[in-house]
Design a protein around this ligand. Structure first.
Ligand code: CAA
Length: 411
């Protein structure tokens, strides 16, 4: 395990405070209304842009505040505490623009990132398709090269923020015969001819942020909107982006859990049964104690992940752990919060039901938790090859039975 200091600078504290104020003043009082109406909280996003929060993860030289992935995690956690759906509405701007930070040319970074940071360009990340979800390499959307650029054909599914986005990072097959260089990423604008939204999905949770089917009907993008210097790097860029963006999902989960916990504690101290506040019953106390402990564990695992990402370390394994643990925790904590609210918890005029509905998608998007466990296990197998000192304590017969090789290969 890498040792990495987690340092909270004044800039981190400042963005967290700004996010907290927006969350309390502009999210909490309106979250139920936006959920019911499936309407976007424009006022809160405008304020986030005004406060410079959309530049949190963008380096200073490209118009951001350079507070990194740790800054992103702090902001998203605060926003999600008061409205988990707004947490993703905000964080998806990071998911859509991180490919530019990771793989963009200097020109592309200078052209687009300042506009993302100012809030002029909202972003989306178009990777998943009807028949390619967990198998992100199995895309069928294709881009064909022609004079001066590329033409994109096909359809994407579950594009979060799709119908609101100005910039869509679209992953498409450019070399069907290649195994490792099959896919490239393109910067698509919502004004490009041939781009359209088929529909915004009718969802169980996160109802105030659109999740769209996006259609690329021969969308022409000039050469300077192929992400990076050359074609074929799209799959790597998508995986590296997800490594950096998963702390954003984990932060949504931590915020969701923390918000549900706060509501449950508040309710348990007010609600009386058998002439006592229900918080005085040990079974309720035990539930709250576990909810708080698991939320705190998820929070610090995520801060560690974010600090490692900001230090430029490889975070594939720990980001998968953080996403998986935090999102499982959010679902469990939100479920227990509903339980503590009892019958009222099941009612939509009480706020806790929305946390329960909003939590579920966290275990699914940006890589299902099954995919996260696969990534963790693959990394463990790789690391096992570096632990030769353990070999000597494994009985010789076992080593011989495996032909002298205890670990190796892919799983
Ligand atoms: N960083 C850099 N490179 C990576 C990488 C990483 N984290 N992970 C894999 N790669 C590279 C590998 O080294 C390999 O390179 P070579 O070909 O040069 O050897 C190549 O990519 C292929 O890697 P794998 O063999 O591991 O690929 P795979 O086909 O087995 O897939 C997977 C691995 C982990 C399952 C991957 O497909 C995956 O992450 N799936 C989930 C996708 C996902 O998260 N989708 C959600 C999208 S966003 C969303 O939810 C919608 C929204 O709007 C919020």
């Amino acid at each position: 395990m890498e040792l990495q200091n987690i340092i909270f600078t004044d800039a981190h504290k400042e963005v967290r405070e700004k996010a907290r104020t927006i969350a309390i003043e502009l999210l909490l009082p309106h979250a139920a209304k936006h959920d019911k109406e499936e309407s976007y909280n424009e006022a809160a996003m405008a304020e986030a842009a005004k406060q410079g929060l959309l530049g949190t993860w963008i380096p200073k030289e490209y118009g951001g505040s350079g507070v990194g992935i740790l800054g992103l995690a702090l902001v998203v956690e605060e926003l999600s505490k008061c409205d988990p759906a707004f947490g993703v509405a905000f964080a998806v701007n990071a998911l859509g623009s991180i490919p530019l930070i990771i793989g963009g040319t200097e020109d592309q970074k200078n052209t687009y990132l300042p506009k993302v940071a100012s809030g002029e360009y909202a972003c989306a990340f178009a990777l998943s398709e009807k028949f390619a979800g967990s198998d992100a390499g199995g895309l069928s959307v294709r881009a064909e090269q022609e004079e001066g650029g590329w033409r994109i054909f096909g359809e994407k599914k579950w594009t979060t923020n799709g119908s609101r986005a100005d910039l869509i990072t679209c992953f498409a097959v450019t070399d069907p015969k290649s195994r490792s260089r099959r896919i490239s990423a393109f910067i698509v604008k919502n004004t490009d001819e041939g781009f359209s939204i088929r529909l915004d999905e009718d969802k169980m949770g996160i109802r105030s942020v659109p999740v769209s089917e996006t259609v690329f009907n021969g969308v022409f993008v000039p050469d300077d909107r192929l992400l990076g210097e050359r074609a074929g790097l799209g799959f790597k860029h998508s995986m590296m982006t997800l490594d950096w963006a998963r702390p954003g999902v984990a932060a949504q989960a931590v915020g969701t859990a923390a918000g549900a916990l706060d509501l449950a504690v508040t309710y348990a101290t007010q609600r009386k049964q058998f002439s006592k506040p229900i918080v005085s019953f040990q079974m309720v106390q035990a539930m709250l104690a576990d909810m708080a402990t698991e939320t705190e564990a998820a929070r610090w695992l995520n801060y560690q992940t974010a600090a490692l990402a900001d230090a430029g370390k490889s975070v594939s394994k720990i980001a998968a752990m953080s996403k998986c643990f935090a999102t499982d925790t959010a679902v469990k904590v939100a479920t227990d919060a509903v339980q503590i609210f009892g019958g009222y918890g099941f009612m939509e005029n009480y706020p806790v039901a929305k946390y329960y509905r909003d939590a579920k998608i966290l275990q699914i998007y940006e890589g299902t938790n099954q995919v996260q466990r696969l990534i963790i296990a693959r990394n463990l197998v790789k690391e096992a090859g570096k632990m030769e000192h353990y070999t000597s304590v494994i009985p010789k017969e076992t080593q011989e039975a495996f032909g002298g090789e205890l670990v190796g290969g892919n799983c």
